[in-house]
Design a binder for this molecule. Structure first.
Ligand SMILES: C[S@@+](CC[C@H](N)C(=O)[O-])C[C@H]1O[C@@H](n2cnc3c(N)ncnc32)[C@H](O)[C@@H]1O
Length: 203
């Protein structure tokens, strides 16, 4: 994984990322559309990152709209979607349009290293289900496959579960970690996380 620049999309206050992980990078560009995110991110990480030699740039706005420009300006950066992509289905766009947008990301990003942690599915669980430990797999597991069903069974999933439309976000075959997140009692999310190196060199 490149360690020079990090472009963090859907950063919020950076609750999910330890300062020491962020400090691996020489420069962090954190994007969030919520105006409260930048001050909270600065409060949480802003003092320690410069002390560890990491320059911090906080951007308020639509990071997805800036993606092409960012990959052009920072081709050596690592682009990380921090629990953002699984939320797009809740926007005003049609589900078809969101699916299409999510699937086209890997083309937009094919010249850079990038990764994502996102919801795959979420829903009710059988009372008293102990969440399973994370497991390794490959991106692109469809929920109707034997592997997908076995994992949902381990989560204690009670049908129907909500599809976050992220099955095809990461290029098929990317090594990923599948994780169970007990969101609240009786309700869990299937999270997928993984990253891939640049797949083609920039012309
Ligand atoms: C589930 S939260 C991510 C949590 C965050 N990574 C953390 O550590 O707490 C999703 C975040 O994405 C932001 N967001 C949604 N659409 C966005 C966009 N187009 N560009 C940048 N940020 C966006 C939201 O404001 C929200 O803070």
């Amino acid at each position: 994984m490149p360690r020079k620049q990090l472009v963090l999309l859907g950063a919020s206050a950076g609750w999910m990322l330890p300062t020491d992980w962020l400090a691996q990078f020489e420069e962090v560009h954190a994007w969030d559309i919520d105006p409260l995110a930048a001050p909270l991110f600065r409060w949480r990480h802003g003092r320690h990152l410069p002390q560890q030699g990491t320059r911090l740039h906080l951007h308020t706005g639509d990071g997805l709209a800036q993606l092409t420009a960012c990959t052009r300006d920072m081709p050596e950066a690592f682009f990380w979607f921090d629990n953002l992509l699984g939320q797009l289905r809740f926007t005003d766009e049609s589900l078809n349009a969101v699916s299409h947008r999510l699937q086209s990301l890997s083309t937009t990003l094919q010249h850079v290293a990038w990764g994502s942690v996102h919801d795959r599915l979420s829903g009710r669980t059988l009372p008293g289900t102990a969440m399973p430990v994370s497991r390794q797999g490959l991106a692109g597991v469809a929920m109707e496959t034997h592997e997908g069903q076995a994992w949902l069974q381990q989560l204690g999933a009670v049908s129907p579960w909500l599809d976050h439309l992220t099955e095809k976000v990461l290029p098929a075959g990317t090594p990923v970690q599948h994780t169970a997140w007990p969101f609240k009692p009786g309700y869990a999310h299937w999270l997928e996380m993984g990253w891939c190196p640049p797949r083609i060199t920039r012309p």
